[in-house]
Write a protein that binds this ligand. Structure first.
Ligand code: ACM
Length: 623
């Protein structure tokens, strides 16, 4: 009996002394012996009203899962203490914190409330996963004694959500911001307008939401859907009232999240044009908010054509009056210094044939249509300046104004060029940071035109070689929502890749380590399960790499999850643990074979069964 108790104690000791699975990885974690155990009688202390809010937030959070009621009190004597440094600790900056846990007390100190907030998030991650429960639950509320010093690598740690292609409610947006703030994201980029819906109330332009926020109801693959029928009612959509926006901005602010609104112009404007057709060159009154029809054509050389006019007319002064109204109200709603004005994928075919545009080009001595967009962006920049806002735009073929900040999505080349010209840059290269791309086996996940695995997100290095890091503000993951019809699915696409990115944007470059991240992941799956946050389990699906040597197919497989065995068959049987276990590259036999493969852990299937015929395997041969 004694031995069993000793063993059990040893087990608890080992458990509490394993490196905690913190994401993003803090700068310095010094684990000590012993632990702090939360009890019913614990108090939480704070000094000053800014710290009080955070102490109160922690008390509320802890009480939901533990069922205990925690008293918050002014002073220094709580069992859990929040302390704002009277003399700033230079290393910590605005968002850093120290967290000291010993057997009697927990102390979080920081220079600013945002640091206290992040110290609290780290503290919550030290508790068992049950702390994330939305109802009272029993658990051993113990955390290891530890000293943590932590601060972010980048000041801009963002996630973009597109609410135009599909609409997400106010409550969903708040839940999303709250979940992201747990992983120390501090910027929520809100893509509020596009061809498929205008989502923000502009009081001086009521048709933007009366008409622009609604489209006909369609299901199925986006970009393959049927056109609106004549007279068909537009029933799908929604928008945020200005009161909703104020509520969300305040909610985000309490969680150290700032919101960057995006109004995507001059392209991507079909919803605005459906409301006010006079804003585009064709003035086509039949244009409707688009429900996801194939209205664009993309060519191999990267050029494209919009079959329906979705572009504002740069030669019409009324367009600038319209934009002045929009940005006056946007500027008043969002305290962030930036307004994102898009600027991407602007089709200029309707400009080319427009007499107004031609006259303007002649008058201004503009030879190229790209330069006409530069003219437009300059006008927009001046509007923003008049509202004391800075311009942020997607990198595009036209030049942004010299003082604009560039959000680089097309790769590293644009970032290098922009930084050379002295622009500040936010890194969001699509092949590393687009959360709408498929994250798992292509034949299993719903189809998207590109793929982005978790590991690739983790490998993003935001400072390109040869660029002075002072120009790189940080980075973002972007969730475009063409293929994201529900909020549960938005979470599925966001996690775990956003956890990967949180470490890219927060943790020191030197301490980023894929295999330790891999080992921490499942602790966060468990937390998400308990919190009822959705996420993808694509890490359990074997990644299948095919090459060809001397006319033979060779198969290599790997898994992003740790501690799994991959079993497979090529004899038209279902694989299990008695089938071949994959270890090294294998030569596949000739003939009309089908590969079936699945990952197991501890003798139990853990991933999806993947089935690929020879024809599909042939298509995957690496060139
Ligand atoms: C973009 O993905 N069009 C910015």
């Amino acid at each position: 009996m004694k031995r069993i108790i000793t063993l059990a104690m040893l087990f608890v000791f080992v458990q509490l002394n394993a490196q905690p699975s913190l994401v993003p990885q803090p700068v310095l974690v010094e684990l000590q012996t012993g632990y702090f155990e939360l009890s019913k009688t614990n108090t939480i202390s704070f000094i000053g009203s800014q710290s009080e809010k955070i102490a109160q937030m922690l008390a509320t959070k802890l009480s939901i899962s533990t069922g205990y009621q925690f008293l918050t009190k002014e002073g220094k004597s709580g069992d859990i203490r929040f302390k704002l440094n009277t003399k700033p600790d230079e290393i910590l900056g605005n968002e850093g914190y120290t967290l000291l846990v010993n057997s009697n007390t927990v102390e979080i100190s920081a220079n600013k409330p945002s640091g206290l907030f992040y110290g609290m998030q780290t503290l919550l991650q030290l508790f068992p996963a049950e702390i994330e429960s939305n109802k009272t639950i029993t658990a051993e509320w113990k955390i290891p004694s530890v000293k943590i010093t932590d601060y972010p690598r980048f000041g801009w740690r963002g996630i973009m959500l597109d609410v135009s292609r599909h609409f997400f409610t106010k409550e969903e947006v708040k839940t999303h911001i709250e979940q992201l703030s747990k992983y120390k994201f501090n910027t929520f980029h809100w893509h509020l307008s596009d061809d498929n819906g205008w989502r923000v109330e502009i009081k001086s332009l009521p048709k933007l939401t009366e008409i622009g926020a609604w489209r006909v109801e369609r299901n199925g693959q986006f970009s393959e859907r049927a056109n609106p029928k004549p007279g068909e009612p537009a029933t799908y959509g929604g928008f945020y009232t200005q009161e909703d926006i104020k509520e969300i901005v305040a909610f985000a602010n309490e969680r150290n999240v700032t919101i960057v609104p995006e109004i995507d112009i001059p392209g991507h404007s079909m919803a605005a044009i459906a409301a006010y057709p006079e804003l585009c060159c064709t003035k086509d009154t039949s244009i409707k908010v688009n429900p996801g029809t194939p209205f664009s054509e993309w060519y191999a050389d990267g050029s494209f054509k919009m079959l329906i006019d979705n572009t504002l007319n740069p030669s019409d002064e009324k367009v600038y009056e319209f934009l002045d109204k929009v940005f006056t109200e946007i500027a008043a709603l969002f305290p962030n210094e930036y307004i994102h004005v898009g600027g991407d994928e602007c089709y200029k075919g309707y400009w080319a044939n427009d007499p107004g545009c031609q006259a303007l080009m002649k008058k201004m001595n503009i030879n190229e249509l790209e330069d006409l967009q530069t003219y437009f962006m300059n006008r927009v920049s001046n509007i923003l300046k008049s509202k004391n806002k800075k311009m942020l735009g997607w990198d595009a073929d036209n030049e942004l104004t010299a003082d604009a900040t560039v959000m680089c999505w097309r790769g590293f080349k644009g970032a290098i060029e922009a930084a050379k010209l002295g622009h500040n840059v936010v890194m969001t290269p699509s092949l590393w940071a687009y959360l709408d791309y498929q994250q798992g086996e292509l034949t299993i996940e719903p189809p998207v035109y590109e793929s982005l695995r978790l590991k690739k997100c983790y490998e993003l290095e935001p400072v390109p070689d040869g660029v002075d890091s002072k120009y790189i503000l940080g980075g973002q993951g972007n969730l475009w929502a063409e293929n994201v019809p529900t909020f549960r699915y938005a979470q599925y696409m966001t996690y775990p890749r956003a956890w990967s990115l949180s470490e890219v944007f927060w943790s020191p470059k030197e301490s980023r380590n894929w295999s330790s991240f891999q080992n921490k992941l499942e602790a966060h799956f468990q937390r998400a399960d308990i919190a009822e946050v959705n996420y993808s389990k694509a890490i359990y699906d074997p990644i299948i790499n095919i090459s060809k040597k001397n006319d033979k197919l060779w198969l290599e497989m790997e898994c992003e999850a740790p501690r799994v065995d991959i079993y497979y068959t090529v004899d038209c049987t279902m694989p299990d643990i008695f089938s071949s276990k994959y270890t090294n590259a294998i030569e596949l036999p000739d003939g009309p074979i089908t590969l079936r493969t699945i990952a197991y852990r501890s003798g139990k299937p853990i991933g999806h069964l993947i089935t690929l015929t020879r024809e599909e395997l042939e298509k995957r041969v690496r060139k």
